[in-house]
Design a protein around this ligand. Structure first.
Ligand code: C5P
Length: 229
């Protein structure tokens, strides 16, 4: 199958604080988006790497030192919600692409071996995501009161990449649109169709940079690895 990856970087990342949109925040001398692109381009199976950015960030993007790889496509402009940004990325993919990975630029440390495993699982099963077991006991809460406690052994934290046969994902996206459903990840759109989504155990190091404490954790890991330029 011909695979592509959509790299989502059109969010504002307000929980990180500061004026710079999250994907353009510096981590050890490289912005998060460039780190994420470096990781994804490290997987030779991707024939097309499609960044999605906000219109406001076109100048910021043009100023980046981007990897010189012909598989890196020109960025497309995202939408108001994450799902709109995915739709914009999907529409930009060439017709021959039949396997689509979707990745948050805010997960800028994903390992190539994990990318390869989740792509292989999706190729085989139709839909797959990377996920890590949840260390905390999870509570389902409404109005500050616990409604239920799912069995922790059955709880996994969804990561990206999430990878799908293109036709299946396009149908799921269309159904979500028709139903007015907005997901916080992509797998749930496919789950709503009743299609199985396979879980590939990922590395807890593939965490999403959301708040300043996540950035500090990533800086600490980089310093420990001695890979900061
Ligand atoms: O907001 P959240 O952390 O869930 O965003 C996950 C990813 O989706 C980020 O990489 C962000 O840039 C991207 N995103 C997007 N378009 C939006 C909202 C979020 O590309 N409208």
């Amino acid at each position: 199958m011909y695979s592509a990856v959509i790299v989502l970087a059109a969010g504002r990342g307000e929980r990180l604080g500061g004026k710079t949109p999250k994907a353009f925040v510096d981590l050890g001398g490289k912005v998060l988006l460039v780190r994420a692109l470096d990781c994804l381009l490290g997987f030779p199976g991707f024939k097309w790497v499609q960044p999605v950015i906000s219109r406001e960030d076109l100048d910021r993007y043009a100023a980046l030192e981007l990897p010189g790889d012909p598989r890196l496509a020109k960025p497309v402009i995202g939408g108001a919600e994450r799902q709109d940004s995915v739709a914009a990325g999907l529409a930009a993919l060439p017709a021959e692409i039949d396997l689509v990975a979707i990745h948050d630029a805010a997960r800028c440390r994903v390992e190539v071996a994990d990318v390869a495993r989740v792509v292989a699982a999706a190729e085989r099963h139709g839909a797959a995501l990377l996920a890590a077991p949840v260390p905390d006991t999870v509570k389902h809460v409404k109005d500050a009161v616990v409604i239920s406690t799912p069995d922790r052994r059955a709880c996994w934290g969804a990561q990206t990449p999430q990878v799908f046969h293109r036709a299946l994902y396009a149908e799921a996206l269309e159904k979500a649109r028709a139903d007015g459903f907005q997901g916080t990840d992509d797998a749930q759109l496919v789950e709503r169709m009743g299609a199985p989504v396979h879980v590939v155990p990922g590395d807890p190091g593939n965490f999403k940079i959301t708040g300043p404490e996540d950035l500090a954790r990533a800086e600490h890991l980089l310093a420990r690895e001695g890979t900061a330029p």
